[in-house]
Design a protein around this ligand. Structure first.
Ligand code: SF4
Ligand code: SF4
Length: 443
């Protein structure tokens, strides 16, 4: 794929987007689609709208029509591409093996040449993609700010003063379930290297993520501790950065590649056997670095080295779970898949782990493989669709009668916390990350 051009300051015309898409959309991939429709029942946006254009098959048909020069892209085309959650459930359902996620990213890269028309979306994109995620120290500052907001009593004051009423309902609700941000990330708390007792089973590089390390630092610490308990030496490279998933999914291909390049170098220099992630969204992106550098003579080999070593925390823990000193936890537990963990990384171990934990009664959640509506910043950019999907999900969650809902991605975890609150289930259920639950059980 050709590099994305610099964004001009004035608005790019749709004809230029069309030209770019005709050059970059993978025609082979689009032609693989047999129009069979097997993907339709798996697609949340199709299920909610019943519209062909909001289905994977419909979106592929739209992309193909643009690539063939039959239609010009326009706002309606962009809306359909942006309405997609990027959950990739369609890929798992597709008998032809269409790599939908990849063509979606290509389509979004073309659309991203134009500035979004909505001021809110434009502002959010700029804030997250340019000013926040690529800069570890800014994320740390954000962590400081958020922690201060909570601990100084400012949050209480904002709530009491009614200021929160100025924000849309979904933002108010989400603020209420936001975990406490941390002053320090996992590396600042635990140091750069952690060693197990005895000879290590291997050397693991911990990918700490951006949001994960600010809002879920304790989960990152538990992940590192768990790996040490399981007998691994853990390294937390200082020079690592955001994985770039949100950038890639939003069409910011060049920014995503810059971040990927830094991460590859950081972990190669650390000479690790595995690169471990505890967030489905990050893990799926890390696995795909190799595709982002296809044909790049300088980076392709290193990117392959990197991608082949990426594992989810559950995969390494499942290997050594019988050696972990786990005490009995008497709970009824259910599991919500992270789309990218399931459809991107094809990870199945979390369920095995939950079934094998002493004292746990595992109950399968109906349609646990269906997206929860979080999808990166989708719940901020498309709150109505996100809420619709979430509320449906919570009906099934309630039916499990579980008291613990496990998931393995920060976005899904926040969405589940939000869902539990929306469904009024806080008194009898909590949402936790798999690593945190395992550490609760470690004696
Ligand atoms: S299941 Fe695959 S081949 Fe069939 S319509 Fe969907 S994307 Fe196309
Ligand atoms: S990625 Fe998810 S929302 Fe998008 S078309 Fe595929 S199934 Fe539908």
């Amino acid at each position: 794929m050709k590099p994305v051009k610099e964004k001009p300051t004035d608005q790019v015309a749709w004809e230029q987007v069309a030209e770019y898409l005709r050059k970059t959309l993978d025609q082979d991939e689009l032609t693989h689609c047999m129009r069979c429709g097997f993907c339709l029942p798996a697609c949340p946006t199709y299920r909610e709208t019943g519209l062909e254009q909001a289905s994977p098959r419909g979106r592929i048909a739209l992309m193909k029509a643009v690539a063939d020069g039959i239609i010009e892209p326009d706002t309606a085309f962009a809306d359909q591409m942006n309405l997609c959650l990027g959950c990739r459930a369609c890929e798992t359902a597709c008998p032809a093996g269409v790599q939908y996620g990849r063509v979606l990213e290509q389509a979004r890269a073309g659309i991203a040449l134009r500035e979004p028309s909505s001021r809110i979306v434009r502002g959010l994109r700029k804030l997250f993609f340019e000013h926040l995620f690529p800069h570890q120290h800014r994320l740390r500052m954000l962590g400081w700010g958020l922690a201060l907001y909570r601990r100084s009593g400012l949050r209480w004051l904002v709530r009491r003063s009614g200021l929160m009423r100025l924000f849309p309902e979904h933002l108010r609700e989400m603020e209420a379930v936001m975990p406490s941000a941390s002053f320090k990330g996992v590396r600042e708390r635990l140091g750069g290297i952690l060693r197990p007792e005895g000879a290590p089973r291997g050397r693991v590089g911990l990918f700490r993520g951006c949001i994960m390390d600010v809002l879920f630092t304790e989960t990152n610490c538990n992940t590192a501790r768990l790996l040490v308990k399981a007998g691994y030496e853990v390294v937390i490279p200082d020079k690592q950065r955001c994985c770039g998933a949100l950038h890639a999914h939003a069409g910011e291909e060049e920014a995503a590649k810059r971040l990927a390049r830094d991460n590859i170098v950081a972990f190669r220099d650390a000479k690790v056997d595995w690169i471990v992630s505890n967030a489905g969204g990050c893990g799926a992106m890390l696995v795909e670095y190799v595709h982002h550098f296809q044909g790049d003579v300088l980076m392709e080999e290193d990117a392959r080295w990197f991608s082949e070593r990426v594992r989810d925390i559950s995969q390494l823990v499942a290997d050594g779970i019988d050696d972990l000193p786990l005490k009995r936890l008497e709970h009824r537990v259910t599991y919500q898949d992270s789309c990218h963990l399931r459809n991107g990384m094809r990870v199945t171990e979390p369920r095995d782990i939950l079934r094998r934990m002493p004292g746990m009664t595992y109950v399968e959640l109906f349609e646990s493989d269906r997206c929860c509506g979080s999808a990166g910043i989708y719940n901020l950019t498309h709150p109505e669709m996100s809420k619709q999907i979430l509320d449906e999900k919570m009906i099934h969650v309630k039916n499990t009668q579980a008291d613990i809902l496990v998931t393995s991605n920060p976005g899904c975890l926040l969405q589940m916390k939000w869902g539990i609150r929306r469904a009024g289930l806080e008194h009898r259920m909590r949402a936790v990350h798999l690593a945190d639950l395992l550490m609760e059980a470690v004696e």
